[in-house]
Design a protein around this ligand. Structure first.
Ligand code: AMP
Length: 219
């Protein structure tokens, strides 16, 4: 199955994406994670992407599309994948449609996570990540056992630079102006479903699983 998860920053895409990809055994393709890895490896693409990421802006379409196209053509995507954080613009959505058409594939389902703005700001300011192993925490709802330390690998957990208040405001504006139009785009294609992301992550996941379950039989 070929899935896409959408929603504002802080809607819980990453958390749901991890649960979905574990349950259905498909690769998790997160454009944000790919960029963070490139930055860590100090590649040319990483250096360019970082200039935009630290300001809360979108990385240019051309670079983003090229990075994701390469990833989607790797063998582990042959039997399906979950896209998380891509596409974020109409131009990227067109590029994705073109790439999938070339490979004779289609998206099966787009899951849109709806979350109130107040909750988004609360979630993002409490979010902490481990840059070493990628684990995520929330100081309000899912704190690490030992303050400031990753349960999984013991490294220090941090507030992402782009989760700082000013940058969050910018990311939310970018979402409203550039990414939200994708809701209509996929709704017109009749593959979009809405899921309530204000619930706790387990209840949200139950909703997600119901929609994915409905795909059975269509394959
Ligand atoms: P995320 O972890 O998905 O919130 O992504 C972190 C940052 O990476 C975003 O704020 C953007 O600056 C950049 N980014 C991730 N995905 C995309 C995309 N599809 N298009 C442009 N920029 C992106």
């Amino acid at each position: 199955m070929r899935l896409l998860i959408m929603g504002a920053p802080g809607a819980g895409k990453g958390t749901q994406a991890k649960l979905i990809t574990e349950k259905y055994n498909i690769p998790h393709i997160s454009s944000g994670d790919i960029f963070r890895q490139e930055i860590k490896d100090n590649t040319k693409d990483g250096q360019l992407a970082n200039k935009y990421i630290i300001k809360g802006q979108l990385v240019p379409d051309e670079l983003t599309i090229s990075v994701i196209s390469k990833r989607l053509q790797k063998e582990d995507c042959n039997h399906g994948f979950l896209l998380d954080g891509f596409p974020r613009t109409i131009k990227q959505a067109h590029a994705l449609d073109q790439l999938l058409a070339k490979l004779d594939l289609k998206l099966d389902l787009v899951i849109n996570l709806n979350v109130s703005k107040d909750l988004i700001i609360k979630r993002l300011s409490g979010r902490r990540v481990c840059l070493k192993c990628g684990a995520t925490y929330n100081l309000n709802t899912n704190p690490p056992k030992k303050e400031g330390i990753c349960d999984r690998c013991g490294d220090t957990i941090i507030l992402r630079d782009d989760d700082k208040e000013e940058t969050v405001k910018m990311r939310l504006d970018v979402y409203e102006n550039q990414t939200k139009p994708l809701i209509k785009y996929y709704s017109d294609q009749k593959i979009l479903v809405h899921v309530d992301g204000n619930l706790n992550f387990r209840d949200t996941f139950k909703e997600v699983v119901k929609f994915i379950g409905d795909l059975d039989g269509k394959h």
